[in-house]
Write a protein that binds this ligand. Structure first.
Ligand code: ARG
Length: 463
């Protein structure tokens, strides 16, 4: 049996040690300590401000709490499982430091509104960090795009060669995805930044507290309007896990492309030694472990989203201990997204090299200019569907003859349709095929340059 617990004298005996371990969250919610202390400082200041405790008591509490944080940071304060959770641990240590006044900290508060406050402060902070990382990721992709406006790469649909692209256009697609990720986090942050503090255990409190005062001290934008909702809402964590899942979808898709590109079958990129690993048995191998891990870790983030949704679905109002189990999912989501963003940013910044000659060879050796032949005829007045059918036939006969479209003689073109002139060769060259797609948002070089400028100017804005 462990020592007698923090709660009331209603309890005669201590918890069974295994149950104490099972019940405790200190092993993981210690992650919240700096936010727990910040929340407690604001609460103590509010108690003094409203006269619920004296100004001097308020000051002693604030100083004591600051000392607890310093002790923790210096490694001198290391709470163990008998503290149960971070909230009890801090309060207990505070009371050791300040004596009886420490016992006043929990006036007009419950661990239920406290843990909700801590979790929001933590997540608000981490969202800010992830947003900064997303900007860095974008910057790296934009730099890479800038160097590769004129580099061509095959574009695919169904993983079949479709139409050639500017490599910059391809990279900027990921900048757009991460822009939505950035905007989504900005939006989620609005609902993270609401104070539940002062909701009490579930029903509010008998003390004349000022919830707006503590909320303001903590930088919250507003307070929960309903105390039951305040202590039991975890929508913000789910919304975050959903946004995190989408970030992972995007990183994983890019990871998958890098894996394909680095294969012997594609050979579009070479992985640099700083970001690739070898095999313990096959000496010739260079493996794309970084993008593979990113793709793999995506699964656990999706799992956390699912876990949080299921955690919440059957909970009657208000607080239930099930809610303690949101933390590991949330912390792991944050850590995984941060680690994957960092790794992918390094990989794209310095871990791979595109192979221009191989890319050029790829875009020249296929029929991805077939649409342009149809467009050529359509521009000369041939109805598009008719032109499309004709080009289908040309592709078929060329394939049979082992030729590409560029290998057909002008006589052969003219035999197919009298509208063909010598300018057909220019019209179907990969460079022209790309340049011609100058519609807004297309891969034409002018469009890509504009998209790049826009993406770069967005980097320094807060929208
Ligand atoms: N460790 C708990 C959690 O994370 C704190 C709140 C406990 N509240 C309670 N009524 N037992 O949810």
């Amino acid at each position: 049996m462990t020592e007698k617990k923090t709660w009331s004298d209603r309890f005669e005996s201590a918890l069974h040690p295994a149950i104490a371990r099972f019940n405790a969250s200190i092993g993981f919610d210690i992650e919240l300590i700096e936010y727990d202390i910040a929340g407690s400082i604001a609460h103590a200041q509010m108690l003094a401000h409203t006269g619920i405790i004296s100004a001097s008591e308020g000051e002693q509490l604030v100083e004591g709490l600051q000392q607890v944080l310093q002790e923790y940071q210096r490694g001198e304060f290391q709470p163990t499982v008998d503290a149960e959770d971070v909230h009890f641990a801090v309060e207990r240590r505070l009371t050791e430091i300040t004596g009886d006044v420490g016992k006043k900290l929990h006036t007009a508060r419950s661990r239920n509104d406290q843990v909700g406050t801590d979790t929001r402060l933590y997540l608000r902070d981490r969202i800010g960090k992830i947003k900064t990382q997303l900007r860095e990721f974008q910057r790296v992709l934009i730099d890479l795009a800038e160097q590769n406006i004129e580099t061509l790469i095959p574009g695919y649909t169904h993983l079949q060669r479709a139409q050639p692209l500017s490599l910059a256009h391809h990279l900027l697609a990921y900048v757009e995805m991460s822009q939505r990720d950035w905007e989504r986090l900005t939006d989620v942050a609005k609902r993270v930044n609401i104070s539940p503090l002062g909701s009490g255990a579930l029903a509010g409190t008998t003390f004349p507290i000022d919830r707006h005062y503590s909320a303001k001290l903590l930088g919250f934008e507003r307070v929960y309007n309903n105390s039951l909702d305040g202590v039991s809402d975890r929508d913000f964590a789910i919304e975050f896990a959903c946004s995190a899942s989408l970030i992972m979808v995007h990183l994983s898709r890019l990871a998958e492309e890098v894996i394909l590109w680095s294969s012997e079958e594609f050979r579009f990129v070479t992985l640099k030694d700083s970001c690739a690993t070898g095999s313990s048995i096959m000496p010739q191998k260079k493996n794309p472990d970084v993008p593979e891990l990113v793709r793999g870790k995506t699964g656990r983030v999706f799992g956390h989203l699912q876990g949080l949704l299921v955690l919440m679905k059957g909970l009657p109002l208000a607080y239930n201990k099930d809610l303690q189990d949101d933390k590991e999912a949330l912390f792991d989501t944050v850590k995984t997204v941060q680690a994957c963003l960092e790794a992918m940013t390094i990989l794209m910044a310095e871990g791979l090299e595109f192979r221009p000659s191989r890319l050029q060879e790829a875009v020249e050796s296929d029929f991805s200019n077939a649409t342009d032949v149809a467009d050529y005829l359509a521009a000369k007045g041939v109805p598009f569907r008719e032109a499309y059918n004709l080009v289908g036939k040309v592709v078929k006969t060329s394939l049979g003859a082992g030729k590409l479209l560029k290998d057909l003689s002008l006589d052969e073109w003219k035999a197919l349709h009298e509208a063909f002139e010598a300018d057909i060769y220019e019209a179907i060259s990969p460079r022209q095929v790309v340049a011609a797609r100058n519609s807004y948002g297309g891969t034409g070089f002018e469009q890509v340059q504009q998209a790049l400028d826009m993406a770069r100017s967005r980097l320094n804005s807060d929208t």
